[in-house]
Design a protein around this ligand. Sequence first.
Ligand code: IPM
Ligand code: MG
Length: 368
Amino acid sequence: MEDTNTYEFAWLPGDGIGPEVTREALRVLDAVASAHGFAFTAEEHPMGGAALDAAGVPFPDATRTACLESDAVLLGAVGGPAWDDATSDRRPESGLLALREALGVYANLRPVIVPEALADASPLRPNRVGGTDILFVRELTGGIYFGIPEGRADDGARSTMVYSEDEIERIAHVAFQRAQRRDGHVTSVDKANVLAVSELWREVVTRVRDDHYPDVDLRHLYVDNAAMQVVRDPKQFDVLLTGNLFGDILSDLAAALPGSLGLLPSASVGGTVGLFEPVHGSAPDIAGQDVANPIGTILSAALLLDEVGEPEAADAVRHGVDAALDAGLRTADLATPDEEPVSTSTFGREVATRAADHTHQNASASLS
Ligand code: IPM
Ligand code: MG
């Protein structure tokens, strides 16, 4: 018998729908673990508004230590109206930035895929979006989110977009390496017609390609044009490389392509420990009602499995999601008026069952 690997995951449910969607992701992980020869623990830690209420800070030291000592972090979402009036260092969102910084996860990967079963749910014509497969590579620990000077002054306020050559180089390497494993195209996004920081971005990205990845095709787009192209013809993109702010905006825009922000997962890597969270926010208006879409978080758990070295289990999870959608199951955000929506927990259970079945089928196929 092989030894069972036991992973220690830090579970940060956070605020709003965070607890309910992460619970379903853990359920699905649990359904595939033993068949794939691993076990895991998921210790819960306060984060965001929940941590502000419990401990007075959005990212407590104990949470930081637990995350740094874990094998991976699974996060729900942070924020909500209860904490909107707080000053910036006491906002749930500042805790999230501190978490990303503490883990050193400078590369945020956001795949945008439109499953065939959902092409009809898109606000765009199905033939425009069907087959879309974009990987956003968003720089996550620099740019205007972390630039200094920053803050209010007597005469106004300032935020500064800063990138060093090193920061641009390392994220460019991630984008080109991902493209080599995909279709070999990188589109880099900037505002080099206006911003000095973008001029440097364009220069460095071009140099990294020329020096190391002559096999990868590189194109540059200004961010305003990129926004238009993502909506006009999303299928033209393979890897989209962006700085922190542009990636934040464009990835929400791209999330509209499959018809719901609830579908998109993300992985933040490159540091000590990986961070896995859905792209959507805490959706306080529907929190606690068991109606949220858990797919983005379940697919984030699949990215987590890829990252810790369990790619077959990750595929089983993705299969579980596809099979549940193919069976016609839809949460409220995706259901058409003549479809009866299923709850968050029902959808999670249906995915878990199908992911486990897939595992067993593959196991019996390889035995026969
Ligand atoms: C995201 C979110 C965060 C960001 C917020 C909550 C700070 O919008 O992960 O895209 O801007 O990075
Ligand atoms: Mg965002």
